[in-house]
Design a binder for this molecule. Structure first.
Ligand code: CP3
Length: 345
């Protein structure tokens, strides 16, 4: 299927672009009343994730309603631990909850690797196939997975946490267990991403949401080491790495085989570019809270952010996922501002 809009793929590869591509992390979700209508007609979040026709429908909503330059498949990073043997529940207003966790070698039996991806995650690849059919080449489709460290956090902690002290404790008390579990997550993640490519994903993103709770050395040993294995294995399509809060490791990240590195809004584009150079595309990084401001200030601050990048190797996004209570009209102003911006070289 030929793509009518391949801006984001060109920007990822460092090819020339006529304007900056723009999309938002968490664009398929609660900001849209149309998403909430589909979601409220079901038993819960997981039913939506596991019903390919509906997952495809909400994946396409932001393309139709907001005019973004890419779709991201509606799913969750937690489908990987579930496929490995740790089921999760999405508790209303509280977030994910895992009834079982892995904190000992005995519990490694809940981290299986020897299974067929299509058997356990076929609902995701089916959603990718349906989405591409319905998009009919309008924009590229982004597939994704959690980075091993972030998935490790949920598999050990069993829920969200401010400190992830259970996860971090294991790095000191039982590093062998940590490496074994990270290795297993990596193996499954590579197979899962390859199956997304086979199903039609045009590019991929790895989310390392909890990179920032580790120090530099620990992130090198328990984070970057496994991301490198994934980045080296994914050669077919462009790969983006979003390591939230990984200020200390920018040099390490710049050396990975990723086309694009995501920046959160606390990072400074100018110094980030100095380290990363022009060999990588940068994605980001407007503070998601900017979208609470007036239309005029959204426009002004979006333009200011764009000025600071001054490179065609830029994919525009927020510095993290869009907050659920943001007015979609403000999102439209953000997108319109990016689309009207004239690139200066
Ligand atoms: O639009 C998109 O970006 C695609 C869909 C997507 C979801 N989750 C849907 C979702 C993506 C890419 C994710 C990634 C994800 N999931 C991450 C990494 C990105 C990040 O935000 O740092 C993480 C850490 C998770 C785990 C997760 N899923 C949590 C902690 C929660 C609860 C908090 C919350 O935002 O509600 C979820 C639930 C979730 N995943 C929702 C959506 C739309 C909200 C649930 C609902 O609709 O009821």
């Amino acid at each position: 299927m030929e793509l009518k809009n391949d801006l984001i793929l060109r920007a990822a590869k460092g090819e020339s672009i006529e304007r900056y591509p723009v999309w938002l992390m968490r664009q398929a979700g609660r900001i849209l009343p149309e998403y909430r209508a589909v979601r409220n007609s079901l038993s819960g979040f997981k039913e939506l994730v596991e019903t390919p026709e509906l997952a495809a429908e909400v994946t396409i909503q932001p393309v139709d309603l907001l005019g973004v330059d890419a779709a991201i498949i509606f799913s969750d990073i937690l489908v990987v631990p579930e496929a490995m043997g740790l089921t999760y529940e999405m508790v209303e207003k509280r977030g994910p909850w895992f009834p079982k966790t892995i904190r000992s070698k005995e519990e490694l039996k809940y981290a299986e690797t020897d299974f067929n991806i299509e058997d356990r995650l076929g609902y995701v690849t089916e959603a990718i196939r349906i989405t591409n059919k319905e998009l009919n080449g309008r924009v590229p489709l982004i597939g994704f997975a959690g980075a091993p460290w972030t998935i490790f956090c949920y598999m050990t902690e069993g829920q969200g946490s401010k400190t992830f002290s259970v996860a971090r404790k294991i790095l000191y008390t039982d590093p062998d267990l940590a490496h074994e579990l990270l290795d297993r997550i990596t193996t499954v993640t590579i197979a899962y991403l390859k199956s997304q490519i086979k199903a039609g994903a045009h590019m991929l993103q790895l989310f390392d949401s909890w990179a920032g709770i580790l120090g530099k050395d620990q992130y090198a040993e328990f984070g970057v080491k496994y991301i490198k294995k994934i980045a080296d294995a994914i050669t077919e399509v462009p790969l983006t790495l979003f390591s939230k809060g990984a200020f200390h490791s920018i040099v390490d990240l710049a050396n990975l085989n990723c086309n694009t590195i995501g920046m959160d809004w606390q990072m400074d584009p100018v110094s980030f570019r100095e380290v990363i150079g022009e060999s990588r595309t940068i994605q980001g990084n407007l503070d998601p809270a900017v979208l609470y401001g007036t239309h005029a200030s959204v426009e002004d601050l979006t333009n200011k952010m764009l000025h600071t990048f001054k490179s065609q190797r830029h994919i525009v996004n927020l510095g993290h996922g869009v907050y659920p209570d943001i007015d979609p009209e403000k999102v439209k102003t953000f997108i319109k501002t990016v689309k009207n911006y004239e690139i200066i070289y």
